[in-house]
Design a protein around this ligand. Structure first.
Ligand SMILES: C[C@@H](N)C(=O)N[C@H](C)C(=O)O
Ligand SMILES: [Zn+2]
Length: 187
């Protein structure tokens, strides 16, 4: 990324709560494309969205859990690469420069839950399992149901809305942000 990217009203989630675990899957080849999609390791979000995530993490910590972030702000170019790899709007939002939203706005985050020692809890599917297994209405086992509800309740409590087809995908209920391309490495 180059000079057209500017610092704006974004925050690195770890600067608000360093206990949040960040493991950006698209900064690795361990994602559904098998390719590295971008080259930064910072999870950044709109400042007010990041504050909500930190609040959810504080709620979860009292219950013995920590949030792990798999993806946060996603540049438009990255969204295009994901769309090219899997052009199915049920599972990947089709990028539209005239209608920037969700990850590309920095107001959406992909997460899972870990225990306080950093181990992922059992969820109903892997990240980016683009099948009915990922659906919020999937019939979960009792262990999966417990983890899902603990995470979902905390996220809803602070103002996130879960996407029906992907249990890991949460959008801030405020998406009223001016679209801007930034370089997460600057945060
Ligand atoms: C690609 C997947 N992790 C995801 O975030 N999907 C939604 C629909 C999106 O692309 O915004
Ligand atoms: Zn997502």
């Amino acid at each position: 990324m180059n000079g057209k990217y500017v610092i704006a009203e974004f925050n690195n989630v770890k600067s608000l709560d360093k206990s949040i675990i960040v493991d950006l899957k698209y900064n690795t080849t361990n994602n559904f494309t098998g390719k590295r999609i971008y080259n930064f390791s910072q999870a950044i979000l709109r400042t007010s969205t990041a504050k909500k995530l930190a609040k959810a993490n504080a709620i979860l910590k009292k219950q013995g859990y920590i949030i792990k972030v798999w993806d946060a702000y996603r540049p438009l170019s990255a969204q295009q690469t994901l769309w090219n790899a899997y052009p199915n709007s049920d599972y990947v939002a089709k990028p539209d420069p005239k209608n920037i939203r969700g990850h590309q706005l920095g107001a959406t985050v992909d997460i899972t839950l870990c225990t306080l020692d950093g181990k992922e809890v059992q969820m109903q599917s892997n990240f980016d399992d683009f099948s009915s297994r990922a659906s919020r209405s999937y019939k979960r086992s009792s262990v999966q149901e417990k983890s899902y509800h603990i995470m979902d309740k905390a996220m809803r409590q602070v103002g996130f809305v879960g996407y029906s087809k992907e249990w890991w995908h949460y959008s801030d209920n405020n998406q009223n942000f001016k679209a801007i391309q930034v370089n997460p490495a600057n945060y």
